[in-house]
Design a protein around this ligand. Structure first.
Ligand SMILES: *[C@@H]1O[C@H](CO)[C@@H](O)[C@H](O)[C@H]1NC(C)=O
Ligand SMILES: *[C@@H]1O[C@H](CO)[C@@H](O)[C@H](O)[C@H]1NC(C)=O
Ligand SMILES: *[C@@H]1O[C@H](CO)[C@@H](O)[C@H](O)[C@H]1NC(C)=O
Ligand SMILES: *[C@@H]1O[C@H](CO)[C@@H](O)[C@H](O)[C@H]1NC(C)=O
Ligand SMILES: *[C@@H]1O[C@H](CO)[C@@H](O)[C@H](O)[C@H]1NC(C)=O
Ligand SMILES: *[C@@H]1O[C@H](CO)[C@@H](O)[C@H](O)[C@H]1NC(C)=O
Ligand SMILES: *[C@@H]1O[C@H](CO)[C@@H](O)[C@H](O)[C@H]1NC(C)=O
Ligand SMILES: *[C@@H]1O[C@H](CO)[C@@H](O)[C@H](O)[C@H]1NC(C)=O
Length: 555
């Protein structure tokens, strides 16, 4: 392809300007235009070559034109005319020169003089270099650092012949006939020098021409399948009828030498190449192939069509799909999306706000269905500091512990609490009682106050129940802890280490004076942390608190 393009370029150059005088002085009166570039052919001794005139027009337009071939051998350094006798080892037939059974003395310059019109001629040069042995100079080219799936044989391009392939000069087994060698699953082992030998016939005699290419493979570029960079599969492009739309298809192939790798656009299965109203631009750069489709005027049918960009390699065809959509039909979709989003936002917000109520509500339902006895007697054991408090704190604590707490949790919601000082019996073994009661409770409610000092004498009952409770909660992990903080605190350094540890895990619920309504957020959060009230138990507790003013009095 490249060569042919070069040739076309050459003849165009040649026919427009650059009239040079022939330097081959056989007939000094002849003035020929000369192509400025010369070709070089490296060949092996013992083989044969046929050299077509290196200019495509010169090679093809043989009617009403005449040719004369000359040579200037490097050994003789004189221009000689070549004959047309087929019995000669070197002869020409119109635009093709034959050099049979090449030897080293054939190295030199070969000149085609082409009379393409009466009195008008052009000259083209081909340099031939003959090598006795194989040499790397003979390599047609090197295919470096690339994935190779096929190798072309560059000889016998214009002549019939049968081709046999060699790798590193030994025959490749099981090769398919044809000019192209397929390399399946190219890998590091595929590297080497590939030689094709073309055997062709000239006047009943078989001749060989060969060409070698080196293949090198870099591990990171081995056989990567094509990857679409653009467009996004199943994407929608917004377009108006009558407007221009550009669709960009871009496929990464890796640094592959792949003659079959190409991409193209289809509309409803029809190739758009050359179709009216569609322009295509094809470009290959750095392992990426791009095909940019321009729809000059979007039609109604374009809006209802699927556009496919297809990418082929030597194995398969893959595609991505793009549809056009008019703005009018997209707007409702966008609006719907926004609305859905807003609704989700709203529902999410509401769920977050009402989550506590929802959980409490659901829990009540489930407990009614699945309540079961766990052997515990109390829902919570209340721990608070009773001594060593200043007057104000002492009043706040006792108001809370004997006021709001039992009123809301017990009377209103039906929990059963164990409160020291209210529920313990005088004379009972204090230590024993505390341990038993805590074990019989589902939760510990620890009331934090400003004066709850860590240095409470360890003999006092409140220090002991705190110790036992924390042991139960922290070490055995059996009992859930609810921390209620009365009033503001700067920090918690005055509390015992066990409490500080608990505080790091869950923040306390802050109680402010006046939050006495059972439906306030504070009490909801307390209830959320409390165990669920079983219907069985709550009815029992309710009846109890109605008939008796205190459990201690009944016994
Ligand atoms: C030289 O060229 C002229 C014109 O083409 C031709 O008439 C003549 O015979 C040629 N002479 C030789 C020696 O080829
Ligand atoms: C070749 O020349 C003859 C007469 O000079 C003419 O009739 C014929 O059309 C030409 N052919 C071409 C292909 O130019
Ligand atoms: C023939 O080629 C040699 C170089 O190989 C060059 O020096 C010489 O001028 C050429 N002869 C003609 C007549 O062009
Ligand atoms: C090549 O040329 C040299 C001298 O010019 C000659 O001795 C030799 O025999 C030639 N070789 C062939 C193969 O014609
Ligand atoms: C190439 O690889 C495919 C699958 O990876 C395997 O089926 C096939 O046999 C291989 N071909 C050769 C020639 O190794
Ligand atoms: C051409 O090459 C084939 C093998 O590739 C070989 O068998 C044959 O002898 C060669 N013929 C000539 C004339 O060199
Ligand atoms: C197409 O996309 C490629 C990137 O994949 C970009 O480099 C190129 O400029 C684009 N071409 C057009 C016409 O948008
Ligand atoms: C694109 O999507 C279609 C299905 O809509 C699928 O058949 C095709 O394989 C996809 N193409 C790629 C490259 O993933």
């Amino acid at each position: 392809m490249m060569r042919k393009m070069m040739m076309m370029l050459q003849i165009i150059l040649l026919l427009t300007n650059s009239v040079l005088v022939s330097s081959y002085g056989l007939n000094s009166t002849v003035q020929c235009e000369r192509g400025d570039a010369s070709e070089t052919q490296e060949v092996r001794a013992g083989e044969s070559v046929f050299l077509p005139c290196p200019n495509l027009q010169c090679f093809e337009e043989t009617v009403n034109t005449t040719y004369v071939w000359f040579r200037n051998l490097s050994t003789i350094k004189q221009v000689e005319r070549i004959g047309t006798e087929e019995s000669e080892r070197i002869h020409y037939h119109q635009s093709v020169l034959y050099i049979l059974w090449l030897n080293l003395n054939d190295t030199g310059r070969y000149i085609t003089r082409w009379w393409y019109e009466k009195g008008q001629c052009a000259e083209f040069e081909t340099d031939v270099v003959v090598y006795e042995e194989f040499s790397t100079n003979l390599l047609y080219d090197t295919l470096p650092e690339q994935v190779v799936s096929r190798i072309n044989c560059p000889v016998c391009e214009d002549e019939q012949g049968s081709i046999i392939w060699y790798k590193d000069f030994s025959l490749i087994p099981n090769q398919e006939p044809g000019k192209v060698l397929r390399i399946q699953n190219s890998s590091k082992e595929s590297e080497g020098i590939y030689t094709c030998v073309c055997t062709w016939e000239h006047h009943g005699i078989k001749h060989n021409s060969s060409s070698s290419r080196r293949v090198t493979i870099s591990p990171q570029t081995i056989s990567s399948p094509p990857k679409f960079l653009l467009p996004i599969n199943n994407s929608i492009v917004i377009a108006d009828v009558g407007s221009e739309v550009i669709l960009n298809c871009s496929v990464f192939y890796g640094l592959t030498v792949c003659d079959q790798c190409s991409i193209y656009w289809e509309k409803n299965g029809l190739m758009l190449d050359g179709l009216n109203g569609y322009k295509l631009k094809y470009r290959e750069t750095d392992g990426t192939i791009q095909s940019v489709l321009t729809i000059t005027k979007v039609s109604e049918s374009d809006l209802h069509s699927e556009f496919h960009c297809k990418a082929t390699d030597s194995i398969k065809v893959i595609f991505v799909s793009v549809t056009l959509n008019s703005r009018a039909s997209v707007l409702p979709v966008i609006l719907a999306c926004i609305c859905t989003f807003l609704v989700f936002l709203l529902v999410g917000g509401m769920l977050k706000w009402f989550s506590l109520d929802l959980v409490l509500f659901l829990r009540e339902i489930f407990i009614k269905l699945y309540s079961k006895e766990d052997g515990k007697l109390y829902d919570a054991y209340v721990i608070y500091q009773r001594n060593n408090l200043d007057e104000m704190t002492s009043k706040t604590v006792s108001d809370f512990v004997s006021g709001s707490l039992p009123k809301v949790l017990e009377s209103y919601y039906g929990f059963k609490l164990f409160i020291h000082g209210r529920d313990d019996l005088p004379g009972e073994d204090c230590m024993n009682l505390i341990e038993t009661k805590i074990q019989l409770s589902r939760r510990l409610i620890i009331i934090l106050t400003l004066g709850a000092s860590a240095e409470i004498s360890s003999n006092s009952p409140e220090a002991y129940d705190l110790q036992v409770g924390l042991h139960q909660a922290l070490v055995q992990g059996e009992t859930g802890v609810i921390l209620i903080q009365l009033g503001k605190m700067q920090d918690y350094t005055h509390l015992s280490l066990g409490l500080q540890h608990l505080l790091r895990q869950n923040s306390p619920l802050l109680w402010r004076d006046g939050e006495s309504s059972p439906n306030s957020r504070f009490w909801k959060r307390v209830r959320y942390q409390m165990p669920a009230v079983s219907s069985y138990q709550s009815s029992r507790v309710k009846s109890r608190s109605m008939t008796a003013s205190g459990p201690g009095l009944l016994v």
